[in-house]
Design a protein around this ligand. Structure first.
Ligand SMILES: [Fe+2]
Ligand SMILES: [Fe+2]
Length: 258
């Protein structure tokens, strides 16, 4: 099975790049499953129902998210109805939405799990224990964990904790791709952060002005998604066989002029 996991899609420019890239990549790379982190797909903050449909139509199979998933006002009322989308599984009990989504492909089950770290992140339950708790429900599938976290140490610790149980642990949230993709001793594919899909020239996908002023003054500013200049499509590709052994993997960081 050939899978692509795409990092946080930033607003309209990110969505446009995704829509332009997916048909070609699906064909050229013979992809079976495409997963995308969508927590920033609506103007950089959250997701709407129309955007969910737009991404499905563009060829996205399963969607993960993170701390921005409820940023669109009222989204707690529809997140649970978006069939192929998951939000961090370790949100407290009773939070709308689901923590993992499964699909069948070529007679095999594939599951995308979303977990969120707790270091420099909003409060949540323990992602390590949450994984232990949900694992029996999904262990008959290939498991891709989108581990949405800030601290590299926490991500690396989780990757090793889930080694041999998860098929792949791919980090998101920092929007910056790391260069440490590798197979862990138990066979799990691990990458600390896959990066994001959006502006290459802004600051983690945002126009430079507001974040720079914020760092200089300490005063919060309204962030705007950067629409101009070079764009980057960041993703992780991997292939696994019928025994769920990873056969091949590579990072993608495709930079385009717009
Ligand atoms: Fe993000
Ligand atoms: Fe995030």
């Amino acid at each position: 099975m050939r899978v692509l996991h795409v990092g946080d899609v930033m607003g309209r420019p990110g969505r446009r790049l995704l829509k332009n890239s997916l048909p070609r990549l699906r064909e050229e790379m013979a992809l079976d499953i495409i997963c995308v982190n969508v927590e920033n797909s609506a103007h950089g903050f959250g997701i709407t129902e129309p955007i969910y449909k737009e991404l499905k139509t563009a060829g996205v199979d399963l969607m993960s998210s993170g701390n921005h998933i409820f940023d669109v006002k009222g989204s707690e009322n529809f997140i649970g109805s978006l069939e192929n989308l998951c939000r961090p599984a370790n949100y407290p009990e009773g939070t709308p939405g689901k923590g993992w989504v499964s699909m069948e492909k070529n007679g095999e089950r594939f599951t995308l799990v979303n977990l969120m770290g707790r270091v420099f992140m909003p409060l949540s339950d323990c992602p390590f224990r949450k994984f232990d708790e949900l694992y029996p429900e999904i262990e008959d599938s290939f498991i891709l964990v989108d581990f949405h976290a800030e601290a590299t140490s926490e991500k690396c610790a989780f990757g090793n904790y889930a080694d041999s149980r998860a098929g792949a642990v791919i980090g998101t949230h920092t929007h910056v791709q790391t260069n440490d993709d590798r197979l862990l001793p138990g066979g799990t594919l691990y990458l600390t952060d896959v990066g994001m899909t959006g502006s290459y020239e802004g600051i983690i996908g945002m126009n430079k002005k507001a974040p720079t002023e914020r760092f200089l003054s300490g005063v919060p500013r309204k962030y705007e998604v950067e629409k101009h200049g070079k764009m980057v499509f960041n993703a992780m590709f991997f292939e696994y066989d019928e025994t769920r052994t990873i056969k091949e993997f590579s990072k993608l960081a495709i930079i385009t002029e717009v």
